[in-house]
Design a protein around this ligand. Structure first.
Ligand code: C2E
Ligand code: MG
Ligand code: MG
Ligand code: MG
Length: 284
């Protein structure tokens, strides 16, 4: 009887596996169709400086799925990556971000804002990456100095000489670089010093544990000190509470991103934060 049960279980497992493979293939087909129909858009999440003023935003991809509604990257990034489709999504995001920067540059009250764009692991190392970014900047008329590209520690470390060469080529045009989710990867002073970086983004896992968790507080303070000694900006992501913001401020971090201030929203919602009717975002 145990044997029969084992068999049944094996069958069940096979069916499950098959169903999951079918779902994955369907999702991949769906992503290709979505790309063809322009269903991938960017939402912008505000980044605030000292005195809570808007300084820029991070562009976060969203899939406006015809049946499932607006989907966050968690619902499709893994499938897109394994199907080799992330490059197409990232290219689309970069173009939309540059178009947004160009549109802002024509409005004096928005012209100073920066836009950060996430890159996936494969992007930086893809042949023609530097040229593609340069082309998109030229075609859209975006000011390169307003564009920030976000990389992760593991991406930077996988081939440092190539990463440095590509970053330098774009930095010569004025593009800036940030390390996303900083503190979660393998960080060594040696590599940080060699890379042409402009900003460290303190990972939200540390920010979330503030103000009570002493280990996280120590890590946050270390990252802030590191940024200062390497002359980089430091921004905290995932700031959700007033207590977190105050702890960060007291530790010397003056740039913030998080639900406390704004969620990722379509561009018009972010722009309203600066419209004359509303003035600067209200102090929180
Ligand atoms: P990330 O770049 O670290 O972006 C921050 C994520 O945290 C975003 O999730 C954002 O919505 C969320 N977040 C912001 N503030 C808060 C907060 O106060 N509390 C909490 N709990 N969450 C907050 P999202 O939009 O779902 O994106 C997840 C990840 O997907 C991003 O993490 C990034 O790694 C990736 N991603 C997003 N857009 C792109 C893209 O265009 N290309 C690539 N390659 N990756 C992207
Ligand atoms: Mg990011
Ligand atoms: Mg992050
Ligand atoms: Mg991330």
């Amino acid at each position: 009887q145990a044997k029969a049960e084992g068999k049944r279980r094996l069958c069940f497992f096979d069916t499950e596996m098959q169903a999951s493979v079918t779902r994955r293939l369907q999702l991949e087909k769906d992503i290709i169709r979505g790309l063809e129909r322009g269903e991938f858009v960017i939402y912008l999440q505000a980044q605030l400086g000292e005195h809570q003023g808007l300084i820029g935003a991070e562009a976060l991809v969203r899939w406006q799925h015809p049946e499932r509604g607006v989907l966050a990257p968690g619902a499709f990034i893994e499938a897109a990556e394994s199907a080799g489709l992330m490059g197409r999504i990232d290219s689309g995001v970069l173009r939309l971000a540059c178009e947004q920067l160009a549109a802002w540059s024509r409005q004096p009250e928005l012209a100073g804002l920066t836009l950060s764009v996430n890159l996936s692991a494969a992007e930086l190392y893809r042949a023609g990456f530097v040229e593609e970014v340069q082309d998109v900047l030229a075609q859209t008329g975006a000011n390169p100095a307003r564009l920030k590209l976000e990389l992760t520690e593991s991406m930077l470390l996988s081939d440092m000489p190539i990463a440095i060469a590509r970053m330098r080529a774009l930095k010569d045009r004025g593009v800036r670089f940030a390390v996303d989710d900083f503190g979660t990867g393998y960080s060594s002073l040696l590599y940080l010093q060699q890379l042409p970086l402009d900003q460290l983004k303190i990972d939200q896992s540390f920010v979330r544990a503030l103000p009570d968790d002493n280990n996280s507080l120590e890590i946050v303070r270390t990252i802030i000190a590191l940024a200062r000694s390497l002359r980089m900006e430091v921004i905290a992501e995932g700031v959700e509470t007033q207590a977190q913001r105050q702890t960060l401020l007291a530790s010397g971090c003056h740039l913030y991103q998080g639900y406390l201030f704004a969620r990722p929203e379509p561009a018009q919602v972010l722009e309203r934060m600066l419209s004359p009717a509303h003035g600067q975002p209200a102090s929180v």
